[in-house]
Design a protein around this ligand. Structure first.
Ligand code: BGN
Length: 349
């Protein structure tokens, strides 16, 4: 009997110990469980999805509309919408009416060099407008007068670069465009380049001066050609290429001195690199050109017919990789940056 009592007491104590161990374990679990709630409650929930470092480029045209911290302005801003909200559609452009730049000159939203970016949102692309130039002051006035408001309504982060050929050698449009590409990149981290003649103005602001998945031809229905294309693969007037697209074709040829052919050569380069061109619809792509007599120093290039048949052979060594020039002056005006350059002369002279 005494033996029975002894083993019963041992069993009782073992059970009591077990229960105590379970209680302690449960308490510890409960304490940690409660604390984990406390910790989670103290972590601030992110207000927005983390967006990571984001470059606005032709690649992220479709960037989600998540807020973006603009470090320079120290603000949180949304990306600008894909379709800018304040576009007007068809515009009245009249070159017989004199225009003044006084209102634009006092536009506080434009910074020196004709640089603008919207204050209400973060632009999806950084666009450099490159204009080859010589002796066309009146055309430049019209271009600035009409284009600045259009580009602002298009909510672009843009800068205007007028590349003037120094001296009185034959004009070389494509080489000046190459110079514009290089010089603009020294100024700002552009990812899109719009190459525009000085005398062409779009008459519909839905014709967005930005870059697309493929190189874009923007001046598709010019009054000069009866609001049509002069031929199917015409790529002259105004076009846009992203940095990647431009580099893929080694930029433009430096060897088209005088009028004609350089735009056909660019078109050949794009095709040879497996790209195609995009265009706005006919009614959106309508443009007006300022009538003028042909520049004496821009006579038709007699070699252009031969040159454009050799694009495949020449494009690898003639382009941005062989560009040479010297800057004569670099000047930031209120409405544009003027860069005067010495680009040499045609080889046969
Ligand atoms: C083409 C020119 C282009 C010019 C358009 C429109 C040539 C190359 C030889 C066939 N091409 O004839 O450079 O932009 O006319 O004016 O001359």
């Amino acid at each position: 009997m005494a033996e029975f009592h002894g083993s019963f007491g041992l069993l009782q104590r073992t059970c009591a110990l077990l229960v105590a161990a379970c209680v302690i374990h449960l308490s510890v679990v409960i304490v940690f469980y409660m604390r984990s709630f406390d910790i989670v409650a103290r972590i601030p929930l992110p207000q927005h999805e983390p967006t990571g470092a984001r470059e606005t480029s032709a690649r992220n045209r479709s960037a989600p509309d998540t807020p973006e911290v603009d470090a320079e302005r120290n603000q949180t801003l949304q990306y600008c919408p894909e379709t800018p909200p304040r576009l007007e559609g068809p515009l009245h452009v009249d070159f017989s009416r004199p225009v003044k730049l006084d209102v634009l000159m006092t536009d506080a939203r434009l910074s020196l060099g004709g640089h603008y970016r919207p204050s209400e949102c973060v632009s999806r692309q950084k666009v450099a407008l490159i204009i080859p130039f010589r002796d066309r002051e009146l055309h430049l006035t019209y271009w600035l007068f009409y284009m600045h408001p259009i580009l602002q309504r298009q909510q672009l982060d843009y800068g205007v670069y007028v590349i003037e050929q120094n001296g009185d050698e034959t004009f070389n449009r494509a080489k000046l465009l190459n110079v514009g590409y290089v010089e603009a990149l020294k100024d700002y981290h552009y990812d899109c380049f719009v190459f525009s003649d000085i005398d062409i103005i779009p008459i519909d602001d839905r014709n967005l001066y930005k870059c697309y998945d493929q190189p874009r031809h923007l001046s598709v229905a010019m009054d000069k050609f009866g609001f049509n294309l002069p031929y199917n693969h015409y790529f002259g007037g105004v076009s846009s290429l992203s940095k990647e697209q431009y580099l893929k074709i080694n930029g433009f040829s430096n060897n088209y001195w005088g009028w004609g052919g350089e735009d056909d050569d660019i078109y050949n380069r794009l095709l040879l690199q497996g790209m195609s061109i995009t265009r706005p619809d006919h009614n959106i792509g309508m443009c007006k050109m300022i009538r003028h007599v042909r520049d004496k120093l821009n006579q038709p290039n007699p070699q252009r017919f031969t040159q454009i048949s050799y694009t495949r052979e020449t494009m690898e060594k003639d382009g941005i990789n062989s560009l040479s020039y010297s800057v004569v002056s670099w000047e930031k005006n209120r409405l544009y940056t003027k860069i005067i350059v010495d680009i040499g002369k045609p080889p046969h002279l």
